[in-house]
Design a protein. Structure first.
Length: 362
């Protein structure tokens, strides 16, 4: 079986974890601080804060941005459900703008249509889906014009760049996930990046029970901390990230070249000034054949998946909330198929995958 994702662990990661276990300091300590410093440096932001996962990173970023009950937060219907759930955790109201079907990301024009119409939108959560950065010039302009904060859900986009600036360095916050299937991983884990000093102070308080001193708690907070075990793993993964990205890009190039002549598959695009880190290599086929194609590939031993097969606006409990009109997201969710693009694929694997795809009888 060729899997859709595969963690890339070497002896270096194993030694780093064992060192922490031997140190007797397992909770949030020196390794967490070192991981934060290195991550801030990598993303060219002033601060990074380790948290327990990508979902808590989003939740706390909204809270620290001042989002409260009944505020409106705009986001994409085509993402992992954690993106919009984080808005509900704050008792705020999620609004959805439609996506651009070519980039899979939020369409700035659709976002502006809603910003014009709706009062009281306080923030936008952008998602750099599959590792492809959003149109940040357009969104930075909108943020300024309509006075809304930007949070970049960069869970799939660690290392991605827009005009030579890293994903997670544009908004008031960038949020990251180090879940086991992500481009760099710590099993479970997350990070918040920001260059706003008071925002970061608020985040540090909220993830640690609102603590402001020894045995002193000034506000209601949570336990969203990371352990030194995870941080030690993360430090090594971060040191290998450029190697991971290069391998993913080479795999994507192979597909680009070897699938180009198939007229029934649309390949993903990338644009000048966008550094795509290929968390997923996502193709589109006609809705009528999508599920048959997924089944065929899995039966042949190649794990592919329709990510995401249901837009968030079509999920039962969101559907019950409101009637959100995002036809592109609904259509695209019936067409997408993610092919394996991870770092452990061999040349043989890639050739085998292409050969099997070419053998699909529509
Ligand atoms: C993985 C992911 C999350 C959630 O991260 P967890 O670490 O699993 O909580 C949020 N948004 C997107 C786009 C993701 O891919």
């Amino acid at each position: 079986m060729i899997y859709l994702s595969c963690p890339d662990i070497t002896d270096k990661e194993k030694r780093a974890v064992l060192e922490v276990l031997d140190s007797g300091m397992l909770a949030s300590g020196p390794k967490v601080r070192e991981f934060e410093e290195r991550f801030a440096e990598y993303t060219d932001t002033s601060h990074a804060v380790c948290v327990s996962n990508g979902t808590t990173a989003l939740h706390v970023s909204l809270l620290a941005s001042g989002i409260k009950r009944d505020d409106k937060v705009l986001t994409t219907p085509f993402s992992f459900i954690a993106t919009s759930n984080s808005i509900l955790f704050c008792n705020a109201q999620p609004l959805f703008a439609d996506i651009n079907p070519i980039t899979f990301n939020l369409d700035p024009n659709k976002v502006e249509d809603i910003l014009k119409k709706e009062q009281n939108i306080k923030a936008i959560i952008l998602v750099h889906l599959y590792g492809f950065p959003c149109e940040m010039d357009a969104f930075s302009y909108l943020a300024e014009k309509y006075n809304v904060k930007i949070i970049e859900d960069s869970a799939q986009a660690v290392g991605a760049e827009y005009n030579n600036r890293k994903a997670g360095s544009f908004g008031i916050a960038g949020t990251f996930s180090f879940y086991a299937t992500k481009n760099m991983m710590t099993g479970e884990g997350g990070m918040i990046t920001s260059s706003d000093e008071s925002f970061v102070q608020k985040v540090r308080s909220l993830i640690n029970h609102g603590r402001s001193g020894r045995f002193l708690h000034s506000e209601l907070g949570y336990n969203f901390r990371m352990t030194d075990i995870q941080a030690a793993l993360g430090i090594v993964q971060l040191s290998r990230l450029e190697e991971f990205i290069t391998k993913r890009q080479q795999n994507a190039d192979f597909y680009d070249k070897n699938l180009a002549d198939l007229d029934w598959i649309k390949l993903p695009v990338t644009y000048l000034g966008h550094k795509h880190v290929y968390h997923q290599y996502t193709v589109r086929v006609k809705s009528e054949i999508r599920d048959a194609f997924v089944k065929y590939m899995n039966d042949k031993g190649v794990n592919v998946a329709p990510i995401y097969p249901i837009s968030i606006t079509q999920q039962p409990f969101y559907k019950a909330m409101d009637s959100f009109d995002c036809p592109q997201a609904v259509k695209i969710s019936s067409q997408v198929v993610c092919l394996p693009v991870h770092t452990k694929l061999s040349q043989d694997d890639l050739e085998k995958i292409v050969k099997i795809i070419k053998g699909f009888k529509k």
